[in-house]
Structure formats: C-alpha cells, structure tokens
Design a protein around this ligand. Sequence first.
Ligand code: DX5
Ligand code: ZN
Length: 221
Amino acid sequence: MRLPKAGTIEVAPSILSADFAKLADEIAEVESAGAKIIHLDIMDGHFVPNITIGPPVIARLRKHSKLVFDSHLMISEPAKFAERFVQAGSDHITFHIEAADEPERLIDKLHQLGVTAGVCLNPGTPVETIEKVAGLCDMVLVMTVEPGFGGQEFMPEAAKKIVQVREIVGPDVRVEVDGGIDVQTAPTVVSYGADTLVAGNAIFSQPDRSAVIEAIRAACG
Ligand code: DX5
Ligand code: ZN
C-alpha cells in the first residue's frame, strides 16, 4: 500500500483512542467509512512518557487490513528499530527529528526498504531543524500537541509552522498534522497547507466514526 499522492485531503484515524481489545474491528470500521490511511502511534516510554504497541501487533493487524499503515514512531533510536516496523507491514514511517542522529541516512534506508518516509516536529521544535531533510520526505508531520497522549487540546501556535513546512516542501509532499484535530480545528490547518489530518479522540470517542470522518472532510471542503 502506498500513501495517496499529495493533493487530496485525507483523514487518518489514530488508533490511540480506539479500543485496543478489538483493534482489527476498529480499523475495519474506519476503512469502511472511507479512510485510506490508519495512523499507528508507537510509543516507547522513553522518548514519550507512555507506551503503546510494537511490531508484533502491527504484523497481526496487517493480515486484517489493506489501509496504508502510517507508523508514527515516538521512540528513541528510531534507526535501530525502523526496519522491524517495515518488516511488520508499515507502509510509511515517521520518526522524530529530535530523536534521530542521522535523519538523511534513515530516510534513505527507509526508501531502500521500500516504504515512504517522514520526519516529525514536536510543538517546540523549530522548522529550521528539518530544512535539509524535508525535501527528501514523502510526508512531513507537524505535532499540534506534545506527543504521548490522545485527547489533548490543539496548540494554535504550533500549527502555524505548517505554513513554513508547506513552503519548504512544495505541493508534492504531504504535510500531516497530529494532535487535537476535529471538525473545528481541521479547516484552520488545511488553510495553512496541511493535507493529511490525524484524528484520534474526535473519531473514536464517537459511536458513528463514519459521520465524524465525513464531517471533518466536509468542514475542510
Ligand atoms: C499523540 C499521538 C496522536 C494522537 C492524536 O502523541 O501522536 O496521534 O493519537 O490524538 P488526538 O486526535 O486525540 O489529539
Ligand atoms: Zn501520532
């Protein structure tokens, strides 16, 4: 599975707020609601103060879903673990610029392994830190909450960095935004240049996931 080409607005549900006891069903539900990308939040309890899932869970989910697996690695030493996330079935790997010693090298490695690659910026990390590597990415991720937990409040100042990121990467690279995205905040980030909208709590806190995905899309249309 490949990321859709840049230029379309995609809502990427984040599993962080899903029911982990029935992940495959939760993913199937957003797939039938028309999502093309599922955002998988990987936390190691070191880079962020929370722990989620690793490659064995992704490998099992892979058998149940044809969605693009967008793995957001909130981990220290991403270069050490990236290959295992590819082998487990990730289609796109995002790592944090704050955690990578040699980001160019890791992006190259991911491309050689046959997946698309991206870097992510925490709310307090300046855009300048990714200036050299942003153009090598297939998608750049801008955090609009501190990574670690779902359901936090959107940070408007962090979102403004999307404008700068879009300027650097041009129209052919996806710009993803993650944290506090819902029907209210989505139009703002799209106006800044984001085209890939991660939403966890907004979608999985509601019984009708399809209606939320549709409402977010409609709000941005
Ligand atoms: C936070 C994760 C997000 C999270 C977003 O560290 O990276 O993907 O699930 O959740 P909401 O949409 O609830 O802010
Ligand atoms: Zn995420």
